[in-house]
Ligand binder design. Structure first.
Ligand code: KG4
Ligand code: ZN
Length: 339
């Protein structure tokens, strides 16, 4: 079964075709990062306008894999080779979501293909099922992105329960906001990871030893702000970057391992943009081998951690439900708890 997926929840415009939830046929991602750097962050209207310009070329490229050198129209490729269209309906920015949702609905109407509405945050974890991984259940799944830090218990590929999440800022948001404070502009977690160098800064590990599966990162951001202002020395930026990364990754690792122990997990799945962080991957791997060596760790390649349409297609295959296209709408605040 070939699923064409469309993802426009934030500033990326992505389309992909995945066969049977596991085999990537195409994976196209267009970003407008340069544009956002100019404005010092994502301006929703600017993002949506850029997405409007590139959504059709991105989808055309995603389905071109089937045209075999013959110049077939996008709709013709879809009619002949695609079985269903999956689209992110939320959570995300309303303008951006509308570009993907309205395009997907139009294509579904014109081609007569079923449409599958998708929750983008839940879909992140299905990047781990691409390429036919043998994941044993129960599994604990940590989704860490720019807007979400969520823990799920997975009893099967379909059976998901939300067990905890952030009470305030997400881990990625904390990376992004502190990066800006340290003068790394719109570089976010990637800039912090690159700059990180051990120094003499100490920051708290919020809620690390708390018994729940919840997180809180706004206090960390405030602590960075306070210390950074107090020390008032730009030369300390790499030491701050190091300690911010250590604090966030310590908390994520400790909480994920606690959940895995409590639920007797056989696997841990990591996903979302922050999962691209090498320090997080390394620490999680090390902690598992020291404390829970029977558990297997699954982490997607970096390009499937950040926003992409492959995970949307994979999720649609394993857990999606086709809907009447009339009823498909963008839901910016779509729940990630009721799954
Ligand atoms: O999943 P994603 O691409 O978009 C959302 O759904 O939010 O995640 C973006 C987040 C941003 O906060 C970004 O700073 C963070 O992922 N991120 C990283 C790294 N790469 C992306 N954080 C830490 N280290 C990285 N290497
Ligand atoms: Zn995301």
């Amino acid at each position: 079964m070939n699923i064409l997926a469309i993802e426009t929840s934030c500033d990326e415009t992505a389309a992909a075709v995945v066969k049977d939830g596991t085999k990537i046929i195409s994976n196209i991602v267009a970003t407008s990062t340069a544009m956002h750097e100019k404005y010092g962050g994502i301006v929703p209207e600017v993002a949506a306008r850029e997405q409007l310009k590139c959504i059709i070329p991105v989808i055309t490229e995603a389905v071109a894999a089937f045209s075999g050198g013959v110049s077939e129209s996008m709709n013709q490729c879809i009619i002949e080779h695609i079985d269903a269209i999956a689209v992110t309906i939320g959570p995300g920015l309303i303008g951006s979501l509308l570009v993907g949702v309205e395009t997907a609905k139009t294509i579904a109407f014109v081609t007569g293909k079923p449409i599958i509405p998708i929750n983008h945050v839940i879909a992140h974890m299905y990047a781990n099922f691409v390429n036919g991984k043998n994941i044993e259940f129960p599994a604990i799944s940590l989704v860490v992105s720019g807007g979400h830090t969520e823990l799920y218990l997975m009893k099967s590929v379909k059976d998901l329960t939300w067990i905890g999440g952030t009470l305030d800022d997400a881990a990625g948001e904390c990376f992004d906001k502190t990066a800006r404070l340290l003068g790394f502009g719109h570089g976010g977690g990637v800039a912090i990871e690159k700059a990180a160098k051990k120094g003499d800064i100490y920051l708290p590990r919020p809620m690390m030893n708390d018994e729940t599966h919840n997180f809180s990162f706004s206090g960390l951001k405030t602590a960075v702000m306070r210390e950074w202002k107090k020390l008032n020395n730009p030369e300390l930026a790499s030491a701050f970057a190091y300690e911010i990364q250590e604090s966030i990754t310590d908390v994520l690792v400790a909480k994920t391992l606690r959940a895995a122990k409590q639920h007797h997990a056989k696997s841990i799945l990591l996903s979302g943009g922050v999962a691209a962080n090498l320090r997080l991957r390394e620490k999680l791997k090390e902690a598992i081998s020291c404390q829970l060596s029977a558990i297997s760790l699954f982490v997607p390649p970096a390009q499937l951690c950040t926003d992409n349409a492959v995970s949307i297609a994979s999720y649609a295959y394993f857990r999606g439900e086709p809907a009447d296209w009339h009823a498909v709408t963008a839901v910016p605040d779509l729940s990630v708890e009721k799954v």
